[in-house]
Design a protein around this ligand. Structure first.
Ligand SMILES: [Zn+2]
Length: 153
């Protein structure tokens, strides 16, 4: 059976690229990655391609701090492993402390993107990919949205 609407973007590429999980095409965020926090985290209210709302309930992204924490820990483990294999670690010198500094800089530089990645991952766990997105409507979550309560959770 032919699926003319299937995109070539897989789950990982779509999520890492911060694309809408439903169509895997539209961008979740309004601006390019920036160190200005407010601009960086500004999301398109709806996916510009398929119309999927990016906030599907009040306080939807509240849990993303746990996701970014988990990613931070995972990245630190990877960077420690790479450091250990390339530069090495010893109890007789300061190499471990140099790693702590280098790792902190790495996490700081990646921070704007990590915060986006956490949201992208988060919404990808709630909104499934729909290969027929061109012909179907996004699930209606409007009864779970309360504009007045938007920032009040
Ligand atoms: Zn979309």
């Amino acid at each position: 059976m032919e699926m003319p609407n299937k995109t070539n973007r897989g789950y990982l590429a779509s999520t890492i690229g911060c694309r809408c999980p439903r169509c895997r095409q539209g961008k979740l965020f309004a601006n390019p990655v920036t160190i200005r926090l407010k601009d960086n985290m500004k999301m398109n209210e709806h996916c510009p391609v398929c119309g999927q709302p990016t906030e599907i309930e009040v306080g939807f992204y509240y849990g993303t701090s746990y996701v970014s924490y988990a990613i931070t820990v995972a990245l630190s483990v990877v960077s420690l492993a790479i450091w250990w294999l390339t530069i090495g670690l010893s109890v007789y010198d300061n190499r471990f402390f140099y790693w702590i500094g280098a790792n902190a800089v790495l996490l700081l530089v990646l921070q704007p993107w990590l915060m986006r990645l956490s949201r992208s991952l988060w919404i990808s766990w709630f909104v499934p990919y729909d290969p027929d997105w061109k012909f179907t409507k996004p699930r209606d979550f409007s009864e779970r949205i309360n504009k007045e309560q938007g920032a009040n959770w």
